[in-house]
Design a protein around this ligand. Sequence first.
Ligand code: ADP
Ligand code: MG
Length: 440
Amino acid sequence: MKILVFCAAPFQTSPRDQLLPMGSAAMRLLQPARHGPAAWLSSSSARCARLPRLVLGIETSCDDTGAAVLDEAGRVLGEALQSQKDVHLKAGGIIPHVAQQLHRENIQQVVKEALSASGVSVNELAAIATTVKPGLALSLEVGLQYSLQLVDRYQKPFIPIHHMEAHALTIRLTEQVEFPFLVLLLSGGHCILAVARGVSDFLLLGQTIDIAPGDMLDKVARRLSLIKHPECHGMAGGKAIEHLAQTGDWQRYTFRLPMQQYRNCDFSFSGLQSLVNKSIIQKEKEEGIQEGELLSCVEDIAAAVQHVVAAHIIQRTHRAMLFCIKNSILLPKTATLVVSGGVASNQSIRKDLQTLADANGFAFLSPPPRLCTDNGVMIAWNGIERLHAGCGILHSTDGIRYEPNDCECPISEGVQGQIGLGSEQPYLVLDLVVGNPAHS
Ligand code: ADP
Ligand code: MG
């Protein structure tokens, strides 16, 4: 075991744990309980009358410290989440060493809360699952070091988790959905279209070639100084845009759709962001105000930005749907579109995707908004999925490392090959659609 130095004390057994006799959580789990939404996955294990296995999930990839304990039927026995959003909003962006410090300050308490709410002691866990990639190096480091201390001390198996795989699989916790399905991941660091073929088997169809939609929305919100808007207090950039868009007129501004000439499933948001910036500068001139002051038309800009982001996402997703059906990757009878990640909590984008799915005979599924943004539940659930599949469970953590991608946007690195994505590149041969599929 690698020796790791970490300033927070290792997990202390809580007084409550000490009072509880060993196996108390097991006793509780034997009592009749509400079945978790994913009970369908473990019906066979329920039949063989052994105790459901329990997994602790830990998430620290960016600016949320999350932990949760789930059983293999998908029951969330305990969870805790500490968001750093307010601090980073005030700072105008995530400052890695500040994020690290806050994770350090919070992780022990967050894990303790999740465990204590679940009534489960670390000894009773089947495994500990933790995000190890991708994300901010300094943030990932805290979660991994803390987890390895627990793993070492309690001699538990460790399940390293890919953050985007966790977003993709969350839907199987909340809905009955079988592989394969088309999954669209929209977050602050990623934009991915893939076919989920198995727990760790993803076929990449497309991804952003520059920044992610959440990153773009955050930057536009900052440029518009929405933090100063009385109705947007404490809202993440994307959430603030969504809120203001409700009362705005999207038709007052038109932004050219990105990537019209590219017949693939990739995305691009940075050119769009520049176009929006130009409009903001123009408007500031017209209104005679400086950067940092609120424009009178922020609602209209927010509505137009949300509209064009949604239209771009819809267009690329439509191509992916057509590609999957045309190539029999998905069958028309069972074809399903799943959307997840922080931006997927946007009700307007969800509605547009629902309409797209309806029009193309796809079922549409998305986790509830609170499970779309980062959380510990999805990490624990990914751990359960891997336990069921028997893959990626480590009994020795020698040499285990986190894998960040510290470029300008913290987690914008493409994931092909990282979440079990094969070497196929269907987007290179995606020429089945002539013209503009989203408008055909
Ligand atoms: P990460 O990108 O670190 O994995 P999340 O998956 O939680 O984090 O996504 C965070 C992103 O989601 C942020 O860019 C935020 O602005 C965006 N977001 C959150 N809520 C909404 C919303 N209602 N509409 C659009 N974007 C949103
Ligand atoms: Mg995320």
